[in-house]
Design a protein around this ligand. Structure first.
Ligand code: GUN
Ligand code: ZN
Length: 432
């Protein structure tokens, strides 16, 4: 049976940082998909309905329907840390975050948290994610088992560190290789799951550990790599002290073959021009995490410099440094950050924000089957319905255009407005 969803449909099948007319709007619109989740048609409602009289119709005419969101940087073991105020990165890690992450040595606790985490992704309309894992192999088995059952498109991996955290979170390069290889064997390529080699950051890794990450990455040609880069000035100083023979922070990863097209570096708030040049040359992606950068006080993201040098960009919530799971809110924070940068900022339109939250992430995570609603893609959809009596309802009701309704939605819509989520043509969340 085919399904026809009637709604106000918006997506970005082209790159709005390059093309002016990249936002496509169908209002009233319809999207049709088959049982396998493949999108068969997208367009104006009357035409699509006439072309597909056989499809069962779901009428969501007042709702905005967007492609499922792609969160390219979010930590699974950090839900209880959200909102830990008053601390900058290294103190925030030492006093609040690492003690919580030690609890994931218990696989039962890990499984409960994994379930809760996946529930929060879905509740916020996130259908694909690159997930920063935990330091314990048992916690990652629990995560992957829950992730497989969720149907979400997820990449994740065991977090590797051998110095400067706490003893409980440290391993050795040899153990890291063994544990990661076993996890890759069990989970990489299973259903919608993929494995990402994940040293926490150079500050917590010896050169031998980063070399091990490079050896792991080379065992398959389609593994992902993720870590942190240039988040705060204090962290950068510490890394350059720890690696006196490295030219800069990026070089600590580069020399082990960790900067490629399947690499995603979170933050990069304080890069040098040369690092930006080398990130672009390597085809790596930088994940902008605006709410985290503001909450932890790391700085305002130099989006313009990244774009000028051709660095690939995506968007992440960075829970629990970030302030929640909503990629719409991250879009609002990104917008505000660029406004605050004035002349040095890069203007973000609703189309650019939607693109960062969807198609840009799909490109970074090599998910060509999602990211927009073009025929042939998989139907990963988020249905946004303003709650009755909400501020969003009051604003959207007077929006002069679908683009203005999208801007209001980015500004105001949060979990309570996510009424349905579809992944691969299956409804995986029906709120209320
Ligand atoms: N750098 C190393 N670990 C972390 C983390 O958990 N959160 C953030 N924001 N930065 C990090
Ligand atoms: Zn992070």
């Amino acid at each position: 049976m085919t399904t026809l969803l009637r709604a106000r449909l918006l997506h970005t099948p082209r790159n709005p940082f390059v093309e002016d007319d990249a936002l496509e709007v169908f209002d009233p619109g319809a999207v049709v998909f088959d049982e396998d989740g493949t999108i068969l048609a997208l367009g104006d409602y009357a035409q699509v309905r006439a072309d597909h009289p056989e499809a069962r119709q779901l009428d969501r005419r007042d709702a905005l329907v967007l492609p499922g969101f792609v969160d390219a940087h979010v930590h699974y073991p950090q839900i209880p840390v959200i909102g830990a105020m008053g601390l900058r990165l290294l103190d925030w890690l030492a006093t609040r975050t690492l003690p919580e992450e030690e609890r994931f040595a218990d696989p039962d606790y890990a499984r409960l948290q994994a379930r809760s985490f996946l529930g929060r992704l879905l509740a916020n309309g996130t259908t694909s994610a690159l997930v920063f894992g935990a330091h314990f192999a048992g916690a990652m088995d629990a995560f992957f088992a829950e992730a497989a059952a969720s149907g979400l498109r997820l990449s994740a991996g065991l977090v590797l560190s051998d110095r400067n955290l706490t003893e409980a979170l440290h391993t050795t390069p040899e153990q890291a290789f063994r544990d990661s290889s076993a996890l890759i064997g069990r989970w990489h390529g299973r259903g919608r799951l993929r494995y990402a080699v994940t040293p926490r950051f150079s500050l917590s890794c010896s050169d031998a550990m980063l070399e091990t990450a490079g050896r792991l990455l080379a065992t398959h040609d389609d593994l992902f790599f993720t870590s942190h880069l240039n988040e705060t000035r204090n962290e950068i100083r510490t890394v350059t002290d720890l690696f006196p023979d490295a030219a800069d922070y990026l070089a600590t990863y580069e020399r082990h073959g960790l900067v490629g097209e399947r690499s995603v570096f979170a933050h990069n708030v304080h890069p040098s021009d040369d690092e930006l040049r080398r990130l672009a040359e390597g085809g790596a992606s930088v994940c902008h995490c605006p709410s985290s950068n503001m909450f932890i006080g790391s700085g305002l993201f130099p989006l313009r410099r990244h774009l000028e040098r051709g660095v690939r960009i995506c968007l992440g919530s960075d829970v629990g440094g970030g302030t929640g799971f909503s990629l719409l809110k991250e879009g609002l924070m990104a917008y505000q950050g660029q406004m605050l940068l004035g002349e040095d900022g890069h203007p973000l339109t609703p189309a650019r924000i939607l693109y960062l939250a969807t198609a840009a992430g799909a490109a970074a995570l090599d998910l060509p089957e999602v990211g927009d609603l073009s025929p042939g893609r998989q139907a990963d959809l988020v249905v946004l319905q303003p709650p009755p009596g909400s501020t969003l309802e009051a604003v959207v009701g007077h929006a002069p255009s679908a683009e203005a309704a999208l801007a209001a939605t980015i500004t105001l819509a949060r979990e309570e407005s996510v009424s349905e989520v579809w992944v691969g043509g299956q409804r995986v969340l029906a709120a209320g």
